[in-house]
Design a protein. Structure first.
Length: 261
């Protein structure tokens, strides 16, 4: 015999069997007339209050359900007659069932007293619940190699796109002298530009000095006649140095010559 509330409370045990696919659960619900039902309709007439109290049934021990408790209770007790409404407690362990007729409530009480059993087929859930839902949630924390590879590829693509954006922004920062603004980074690694020339960070003072030197050189040899004069002067200096070297070599040879007399 199932354990039920205190005998003086007037509860009767109603055996129910719930089927859901291959899963079958059996449970006892404890029912009794709900004497306080008329309080919910205090604004109505005394006749309406009495009628509501006679049609209400208090149910305790509702099973855990993943679906709508109100709909399941209404379908379950609908076997005794038309159900007007169902009010489920916030903890979803008890409910008040109001039948459309008094005979339906009395029929439910008689079925419990005679030990009758009710059966109800529940629809399959759209998503896992209970232990299976916990297992699925745990598996989701550890995705497979394919998912990890996809996430890594997406991160790599996003990172490469960001690097390309930074390189494009750095290329636009080139000044009028052709120097590229290079930000300092950790390490001593250098990169090369399109011509294969190493690119590194340059101090501002050194960059200005090198730019001035190139500017002076460009201004000094700007005209062609200046270039010809410079080459002519260089050649004349080379000839003078060559003649001076020949004279010095001749003097050295004469000084080393052997003179016995």
């Amino acid at each position: 015999m199932p354990q039920q509330p205190a005998a003086d409370a007037g509860f009767a045990a109603l055996h129910v069997t719930l089927r859901q696919g291959a899963d079958t659960r059996s449970k006892h619900l404890f029912i009794r007339p709900h004497h306080g039902a008329g309080q919910a309709d205090a604004a109505g007439s005394q006749k309406a209050v009495a009628s509501l109290s006679e049609r209400a049934l208090f149910v305790v021990g509702l099973p855990f359900l993943h679906s709508d408790h109100q709909g399941v209770v209404s379908r379950l007790f609908g076997a005794f007659g038309s159900v007007e409404r169902v009010a489920v407690h916030a903890e979803q362990t008890s409910a008040i069932v109001v039948f459309a007729k008094v005979a339906a409530r009395d029929k439910a009480l008689k079925a419990a007293a005679k030990g009758r059993s009710l059966e109800l087929e529940l629809p399959l859930p759209d998503k896992p619940y209970g232990l299976k839902a916990w297992v699925e949630a745990h598996k989701a924390l550890f995705p497979g190699n394919a998912v990890l590879r996809q996430q890594l590829d997406e991160w790599t693509e996003a990172h490469e796109a960001e690097e390309e954006r930074r390189k494009a922004a750095a290329a636009e920062a080139a000044n009028c002298d052709g120097w590229t603004v290079v930000t300092r980074k950790a390490g001593r690694r250098k990169t090369t530009d399109g011509s294969g020339i190493a690119v590194g960070s340059v101090a501002p003072a050194v960059a200005r000095a090198q730019a001035d030197a190139r500017k002076d050189q460009k201004l000094a040899d700007f005209y062609r006649f200046q270039q010809r004069d410079r080459r002519r002067n260089d050649l004349s200096e080379l000839r003078q140095k060559f003649a001076e070297d020949k004279r010095r070599i001749a003097e050295l040879k004469a000084a080393r010559r052997f003179k016995p007399y």
